[in-house]
Design a protein around this ligand. Structure first.
Ligand code: CP
Ligand code: NVA
Length: 305
């Protein structure tokens, strides 16, 4: 069988995604009970970061250590990737020495090119288009708190960015309704809207998107690589700030998520992350557990039925 990659939520079946989440919850429980679980002994993950990271780096590195393996951090500044060695050549060499590679980069085509030349699993740790590891953790977080997300309504407020695109894929894979409220010109790319079909509704008014929603999620207004647009975006996105009053329009048991890092006072009011409806800290922690399940699935697939 050819090697499996995780470049997008669409690389797994809905059953596999649910199984990963169940496993993430089990691995979280094992860790909380102090039970060692080391199926990845002697296994090594390479982590290529072309953009900054706190959560993704920590969760993959800590996750590999907890699973009995190790992770190596690779920055383009210190590797030949940053001096123009082709992605294809790098993939061939790196995948002969490693058991899996995680990549955070700009163009999504970079991870596709790397995966095409890799003999080991490649994991997308965020591209300009998608952030599947984050949304896997988001789905785990919703399911832990509220049970199945099937048939629920999710509101995405703000930029139609990599997270929003991934939510459109999640709407298909997890079978929920996604309402996106964004300013004109900041919609998710057409291919993601088309993929989600009638599971997605595009709106301008954040209040309309949030009304009765079971989950409300947002993200920074300027993603990594868009720093020069940040000031202009602040003006444009101001009506899209999520605050307690906006969240009051959602279902009484709504959950609020933000992949973090957050800019308090911009896309979220200063107090929202600490609101009782916010689960952002659980969401961040679940990166660790969901990705451990993913690493086990990709690197030691025979380990469990
Ligand atoms: N949410 C997320 O991916 O965070 P980092 O950029 O800190 O990895
Ligand atoms: N949309 C953000 C997510 C950061 C985790 C970015 O790409 O910078």
């Amino acid at each position: 069988m050819s090697v499996r990659h995780f470049l997008s939520l669409m690389d797994c079946t809905p059953e596999e995604l649910h199984s990963l989440i169940r496993r993430g919850i089990e691995l979280k429980d094992l860790r909380q009970r102090g039970i060692l679980h080391e199926p990845l002994r002697q296994r090594v993950l390479g982590m290529v970061f072309e953009k900054a990271s706190t959560r993704t780096r920590l969760s993959f590195e800590a996750g590999m250590i907890q699973l009995g393996g190790q992770a190596i951090f690779l920055s383009p500044r210190d590797t030949q990737l940053g001096r123009g060695e082709p992605i294809s050549d790098s993939a061939i060499v790196m995948s002969r020495m490693l058991d899996a590679v995680m990549i955070r980069t700009f163009a999504h085509q970079n991870v596709l090119d790397f995966a095409a030349h890799s003999r080991v699993p490649v994991i997308n740790g965020l591209t300009d288009d998608l952030h599947p590891c984050q949304v896997l953790a988001d789905m785990q977080t919703f399911i832990e708190h509220r049970g199945s997300i099937r048939g629920k309504t999710v509101a995405w407020v703000g930029d139609g960015n990599n997270m929003c695109n991934t939510y459109a894929q999640a709407a298909v894979q997890f079978d929920f309704q996604l309402r996106i409220a964004c300013p004109a010109g900041f919609e998710p790319r057409r291919e993601f809207l088309e993929l989600a079909g009638d599971r997605v509704t595009l709106l301008r008014d954040p209040r309309e998107a949030v009304a009765g929603a079971d989950l409300v999620s947002t993200d920074v207004w300027a993603s990594m690589g868009q720093e020069e647009e940040a000031e202009a975006r602040i003006q444009r996105f101001r009506p899209y700030q999520v605050d307690r009053a906006l969240l009051d329009l959602a279902a009484p048991d709504v959950l609020f998520m933000h992949c973090l890092p957050a800019h308090r006072g911009e896309e979220v009011s200063h107090d929202l992350l600490d609101d009782p409806r916010s689960v952002v800290w659980d969401q961040a922690e679940n990166r660790l557990h969901a990705q451990k399940a993913l690493l086990e699935f990709l690197v030691a697939p025979g380990y469990r039925a």
